[in-house]
Design a protein around this ligand. Sequence first.
Ligand code: EPZ
Length: 441
Amino acid sequence: MTICEPVCESGQSLNENGGNEVTRLIINGGKPLRGEIAANGAKNAALPIMAACILAPGKVKLNRIPDISDVRIMGEILRQMGAEVCFDGKGSVVIDTTNLSETKAPYRLVKKLNASFDITGALLGRHGDASVPLPGGCVIGTRAIDMHLEGFKSLGCVIGQEPGGFVSVKANKLSGGRYHFAKTSVGATKNVMMAAVLAKGKTILENVAREPEVVDLADFLNACGANITGQGTTKLEIHGVKELHADFEYSIIPDRIETGTYLTAAAITGGDITVSGTNPEFLKTFLRKIGKAGQKVTTGNDFIRVEGMKPILPVGAIITEPHPGFPTDLQPQTLTLLSLSNGTSYVREKIFDMRFNYINELRRMGANVEIEGGTAVVRGVSRLLSAPVDAPDIRAGSALVLAALAAEGVSEVSGLCYIDRGYEKIEDRFASVGADIRRVP
Ligand code: EPZ
């Protein structure tokens, strides 16, 4: 099972004397960031909803689609399976899956995108047959699929392993079932829900994920004519319908992780940033912790403002948990903020087993963080030092950008092929609030 490329494929380019030049961000930090940033549509809602279009033959227009590489890869996967996918360059995409006939996902593209295993449920719902490469592990941890497969079996599917590392899932006819997820899983909840909407009869799913992106997928499926209730709670009830319809428009929810990242930039640089077009309800636990760190948080029905205050205070313990708990995708950014507090905080990562992989890079910038039995002990320091650092994954990459924005002097952040997977033009967004940041070459 391969893992993510240790260095971004797209990050390498040959310079004029044939040497390797790595695409990177040059950041001259130490400036308070001030201004307003409009939130994009949520990556982790856009990806499964694009996949869910497989279930509804016809044209669907999705709005608030972020222009990030994961979305473009999902679009290419759908194209290679027979769909028509047209991005308008202004945040919308029209997907027409009328002629989507393939049941086998393209290996090279699926391997680039962990979320692409989520197309299995949609292919099952449409064709009763799916053949998808086993997802790679990634630097934040193994991406197990046991609960995806157990959930499919509860709908009458037969699982097989095919040559080339493909897993096949087949069902003569999908029939409603009952499945209790042993652990809360965002991906497995999305996948099994997509397989169940066209199954014959009723399906009950228990201990499901309650993330806003799961709710958005359920709402999208209902807009296609599915019959799902309970989204946002731990129990979903799905009554199978005969078919789903397309021919409508749908807007994706705002990205809460992108929102939290930009708000943390205000806190860590002592600035003042308002993120507009977002939903504070999605970030209650995170905002509570940011407030506990001494930051001034103001919310309205579609905006959140953070005014950075000194000193940054330690917050005791942060434990990542399924929504509505503290989001694992904001753990690196928040830990980085706490590395500049005037005390000691404890960060426990309970979702992924390798999500402290960036801490060595943060230490190179002067942070004082020790890992003790699955918990990061963060002893605040007075300042971070500029340095060249390498992003190992999307969210750790954004955390290192935050560290560079806070550190006096010039830092370089490489590993942009990870950052660009989850953040649309990150340098433009930070430059719009006063950061001295540019992408080279
Ligand atoms: C989704 O990943 C998100 N990705 C992740 O965001 C996010 O960190 C994660 O949910 C948790 O919120 C997308 O939505 C595309 P899980 P997913 O299934 O679905 C274990 C980002 O940066 N597990 O909830 O892969 C699994 O190994 C990304 O935007 C099993 O054991 O997460 C993990 O330890 C990073 N068996 C835990 O559950 C299974 O069958 C949570 O995984 C499935 C999962």
